[in-house]
Ligand binder design. Structure first.
Ligand SMILES: [Zn+2]
Length: 278
């Protein structure tokens, strides 16, 4: 199959669908310029201060340091929060939004990304399920009353040399303990999942309404395959876009595109324009 034919095929699957299931992993954000923390070498390139102390991604991305070294834990998460705030979502998000607007049931997003970029790109809060939570929301480290609140009022100031937060970490309004991002971390028993659970209920209700959805999977990794598994379990036509591993069981209902999300979405959008979809 030439790649041109694949774009035409992907566009046909979309134009015959009544709703778009968007399943997005870390690779979706890479085209905006966000790191995907693949392996410790890649991770340490972004956080050289943590390389000096030998702290790897799984270690810093765990709740433990919020208890024993909150300025270090917030050095990492505060830097990420600032980065996600400062980085605009790439054009592919906008193209997905435009495509979804043409379908009777629009779209629902299932993403492991915690950056909130789908909402930034115009997707409604009620059409996104953030399965690993959101860095734009906070919770108590002790989950004292299961509360979740917006991180909007908190502006982290991070010394990048040392990866340490230099201003005061946010606090739980109930008990006064340190607050942490409402993100599912490694070895995390204290994550408050209420917001994500409600989103999942909305997703399940939406899935009941659509009768012939198409799944478009973008940059979903194989190391933590949550998003890939979700996409495959829908048992619907699937467009898999991945720069590294776009493998799919051959089927006339599936399209595999081994390329970046933005590149693939641009090409699919063009094919849809040529098919008079818009
Ligand atoms: Zn508390």
């Amino acid at each position: 199959m030439t790649s041109n034919y694949r774009f035409i095929k992907a566009a046909q699957l979309i134009s015959h669908a009544d709703g778009l299931i968007i399943a997005a992993g870390a690779g979706m954000g890479v085209d905006s310029g966000l790191p995907d923390f693949r392996g410790n070498a890649g991770f340490w390139r972004h956080y050289p201060a943590l390389k000096k102390t030998g702290i790897g991604f799984q270690d810093i991305a765990s709740p433990e340091h919020f208890w024993d070294a909150p300025h270090l834990a917030w050095g990492f998460y505060g830097h990420r929060l600032n980065l996600y705030r400062q980085t605009p979502p790439h054009r592919g998000f906008q193209l997905l939004h435009e495509i979804a607007a043409k379908l009777p049931h629009n779209a629902f997003v299932y993403t492991s990304n915690v950056d909130g970029h789908f909402q930034r790109a115009g997707f409604d809060e009620n059409q996104v399920h953030e399965c690993h939570g959101s860095i734009n929301h906070l919770q108590c480290i002790d989950a004292c009353e299961q509360q979740i609140w917006s991180a909007q009022l908190f502006t982290p100031i991070v010394d990048e040399e040392s990866c340490l937060l230099t201003n005061r970490p946010p606090a739980c309004p109930v008990c006064g303990r340190v607050a942490r991002p409402n993100v599912l971390m490694f070895n995390d028993v204290g994550w408050v999942s209420g917001r994500s659970d409600r989103q999942r209920e909305q997703l399940d209700a939406w899935l009941q309404k659509v009768s012939r959805p198409v799944v478009i999977e973008l940059g979903a990794g194989t190391a933590i395959p949550t998003v890939r598994i979700f996409a495959e379990r829908q048992h619907r036509p699937l467009i898999r876009i991945n720069t590294r591993d776009a493998h799919l069981t051959p089927s006339t209902h599936h399209v595999s595109l081994q390329m970046s999300a933005r590149e693939a979405l641009n090409a699919i959008h063009l094919a849809l324009v040529e098919q008079d979809f818009f």
